[in-house]
Structures are given as C-alpha cells and as structure tokens.
Ligand binder design. Structure first.
Ligand SMILES: C[S@@+](CC[C@H](N)C(=O)[O-])C[C@H]1O[C@@H](n2cnc3c(N)ncnc32)[C@H](O)[C@@H]1O
Length: 264
C-alpha cells in the first residue's frame, strides 16, 4: 500500500446541497485536492467554499469529442494528483459509482497501483425516482439499463417488472454535443413499442435539482416519447405491462397458503 496519496470518491446527491451526506462533506473538507465533476457551476462553487483546493473537471467537456476521450482526460488528471502524493477527493453529482466512468476507472487504477481508495455512496437519480413515483423496487423487482447499452446488447426485458432507462436523451450518441439527434431515441422507442405496445404508459422523469422545486413527471403514451422535450437529465420509466403470475405449485411446495401481502 502506498503511504502517500489516496483517492476517495463521493456524491452530492441530486438536490443541490440538501442531499449531501456528512461523510461526503467531511471528505471534501479534509482533502488536499478536490476534483469536481458536478455538471453544475453552482454546485462546484459550493464545493469550492468547503475546500478552496477545488478544481473543476467539467472543463474537460469539449463539443465534438468522443465521451470516452473526455473521460480518459479526467482519469489522467485524477491519477496525476493521486500519484503526486495528495489525498484526493473526487466529487460527482448523484451517486459517484453510478454511471460515472471517470470515478470508477480512476478507483480501479489507483487500487491497482496500491493507493488507498474509498467510495462513499450518494443519493442517485434512481433513488429520487423511487421516492417521487412511489415505486418500491423490492415489490415487483426493477430492471435498470443505460439506454445505449440496452440497444447495443439487445437486452431482454421482463414486462412484469418496472423498467428504468437512463441517458435516454443521448441514446445512441457517443460524442459530446450541444444538441443531440432523435434517431437513437426513435430506435429505442420502436424496440420498446414491440414489447409493450405503442399506447403503454411512459413517464419522462426529471428529479428536482434544487430544494422547493417540483420534480418533472410527464406521463404520455410510449409512442409520444420521441416528440417529448428531453434533456441530458431525463430518465424514462415504464410501469409493468402486467403482474407476474403467481406460481401455485411453488406456493404448495413451500407450504404457504398465500403470498406475503404488499404494502398499499
Ligand atoms: C451519467 S448518468 C449519471 C447518474 C448519476 N451518477 C446518478 O447517481 O443518478 C446520467 C443519467 O442519470 C439520470 N439523471 C441524472 N440526473 C437526473 C435527474 N435530475 N432526474 C432524473 N434522472 C437523472 C439521467 O438518466 C441521465 O441521463
């Protein structure tokens, strides 16, 4: 284990200042160097107030560049600070290990090079969705995919289980752009319509990023989604098409007379 240099990644949650845990705050305040990947200048200023040794990694974003090239530049900057012997804290929005390539890849490299690493969980967009839509992921299960991965890997859906798709606003797009095309989104919806039917309910969801602001919850038929206004922060939620069938033979085998009642 390297005695000098460490990497801790923390998340701010989704809602500015009010979702951050005291553990994450401590790490930010104590670090020799903070690298902020918040996507929000106000959040980055807030982090800078907690620790003036803060540098924004959001400046790595360049229009026209492939996202992987941008993420690699972020990882290189993080690792340069760790290798310089600093206790580094990388701050992302949401949960820092949830679809944040730069934090996961830098953790992997730092660990492989013998540096101390730690990830502190944060409140993710999906946690907010559970709360705002009243969805209990333990009840009928929950399937979550990143939209482009879902298409490229032909993932199979269980229509009796709630479906959450992230990054729908940038489906099929690998480069960073000012405005994204709709081709990937149209393809995604065409694939989903085959399974659910065009009039199945879809919810385009955006959690509130500031206190006292309502979340955006827009309900529409599935085939209307390509015409909806989406942002890079939009998540698509599809409720189940039908309930999962109860296996009566299994009920008998387990010597149960009925299923556990669900909270209403
Ligand atoms: C690169 S991922 C990052 C996820 C983030 N680390 C988290 O913990 O939620 C970006 C995607 O997260 C989802 N997301 C981010 N912010 C959101 C918000 N305010 N409301 C709903 N979904 C959001 C969207 O699907 C978006 O395309």
């Amino acid at each position: 284990m390297n005695s000098k240099g460490s990497l801790t990644v923390v998340g701010l949650g989704i809602q500015f200042a009010s979702h951050v845990t005291s553990g994450a705050r401590d790490h930010i305040e104590r670090a020799d160097k903070v690298l902020a990947l918040t996507g929000n200048p106000i959040a980055t200023s807030w982090v800078t107030e907690l620790n003036p040794a803060t540098e924004s990694l959001d400046t790595c974003y360049r229009r026209g560049k492939q996202r992987l090239v941008i993420y690699t530049a972020m990882v290189d900057r993080i690792m340069a600070c760790v290798r310089a012997g600093l206790d580094v804290c990388v701050v992302s929005y949401g949960h820092p290990g949830y679809l944040v390539h730069a934090t996961r890849e830098s953790m992997r490299q730092a660990k492989a090079e013998g540096y101390r690493t730690e990830m502190q969980p944060g409140i993710s967009s999906v946690d907010c969705l559970f709360a705002d839509l009243g969805l209990d992921p333990g009840e009928a299960g929950c399937q979550t995919f990143e939209a482009t991965h879902f298409l490229l890997h032909k993932r199979r859906i269980d229509p009796t289980c709630p479906l959450i798709l992230l990054q729908v606003g940038v489906a099929g797009e690998l480069a960073c752009k000012k405005r994204y095309g709709r081709e990937g989104l149209r393809t995604l919806i065409a694939v989903l319509c085959k399974q659910y039917g065009p009039k199945h309910e879809a919810i385009v969801y955006e959690a509130a990023q500031y206190p006292f602001v309502d979340p955006r919850i827009r309900r529409m038929p599935l085939d209307a989604v390509p015409r909806a206004r989406l942002s890079e922060y939009s998540t698509l939620y599809l409720p189940p098409k039908r309930r999962a069938r109860l296996d009566r033979a299994m009920l008998k085998r387990l010597r149960l007379t009925r299923e556990e009642p669900k909270a209403k």
